[in-house]
Design a binder for this molecule. Structure first.
Ligand code: GUN
Length: 283
């Protein structure tokens, strides 16, 4: 058996078309949805990420502002920029690219973003909204994973979902989103005694660890849905996920590839959140 592929590029194209339509509708009302992307320092990976985010805005009718600052920018200066963006009516979403230089308290900066502009969904108010099921922005990567499950018509109610990883950005919000759809959720992490014993019970596995080959074929129940959030490099320098794709695809029912799976969905959900922020602000 070979798993069916959940194509993140194809799903992204479809969702971005909907974003572009909503952006056009807003522009017709005199509101151009705007995203501010703030980058501090010159990490090559972060430069690529922010460039992709800005390009995705431009391609879909959103206005974007990229603010780049030197690595020695002070925390106070960055907080002042966030404050100015909070007050700027042309900006509906604010994203401060992480990681920030070590002398800046990233959580303090995130908490300075107005929750109604927190399109990354990292603010404690956004986390609280997700936890309590009240309106707020969901973090883009797990939100994208939920859209992928929705795209294959997977019914989560009563199913067992195993999330590997407990980060604030992916693992924890992922578990809450799956729970909100009435899945039975297990969160596994580096101290889990027998990971395979957990994952073999799962109807859905989300791997979000940041390490190659965390999930191998012997750890997967036949027919399970496998979502791979990992972004790693193999020995040849090629992009790969957390899942042993070649092995697991012979057992799973559905699987997301790397690249071309969750990656494009993260930026797509950033666009969705930004449009949503602009619509809420426009009333
Ligand atoms: N760095 C890596 N991924 C992300 C993300 O989704 N948002 C932000 N702000 N920084 C990141």
């Amino acid at each position: 058996m070979s798993a069916q592929i959940i194509d993140g590029n194809a799903l992204s194209r479809q969702l971005r078309t909907e974003v572009a339509e909503r952006a056009a509708a807003l522009r017709a009302r005199g509101v151009t949805p705007g995203l501010a992307v703030v980058l501090v320092g010159d990490s090559p990976a972060s430069q690529v990420y922010v460039r992709n985010k800005v390009k995705a805005c431009e391609d879909n009718g959103l206005h974007s502002v990229l603010e780049k600052y030197a690595a020695d920018m002070s925390e106070a200066e960055l907080l002042a920029r966030v404050d100015a963006l909070n007050r700027d009516p042309s900006i509906h979403g604010i994203l401060v690219q992480l990681p920030l230089p070590a002398h800046i308290d990233a959580q303090k900066v995130i908490e300075a973003i107005a929750p109604e502009k927190d399109v990354d969904g990292f603010h404690v108010a956004s986390a609280g909204a997700l936890m309590t099921g009240t309106p707020g922005f969901w973090p883009c990567t797990p939100y994208g994973c939920m859209k992928m499950l929705e795209s294959i018509g997977f019914e989560l109610r009563g199913k067992h979902a195993v999330v590997i990883g407990r980060s604030n950005i992916v693992g924890k919000p992922m578990a809450l989103m799956l729970l909100a759809k009435s899945a039975t959720v297990t969160i596994c992490h580096s101290a889990t005694a027998d990971l395979g014993a957990m994952t073999r019970q799962a109807d859905v596995i989300v791997a979000a660890v940041g390490k190659r080959n965390v999930l191998t074929a012997d750890m997967v129940k036949p027919g399970a849905v496998v979502i791979d959030v990992g972004m790693n490099r193999d020995d040849a320098g090629k992009l790969c996920g957390d899942v042993d794709f070649e092995g697991v695809k012979e057992v799973a029912g559905w699987i997301t590839p790397v690249p071309g799976g969750v990656g494009p969905m993260t930026i797509t959900m950033l666009l969705v959140n930004t449009i949503e922020a602009a619509e809420r602000s426009a009333g």
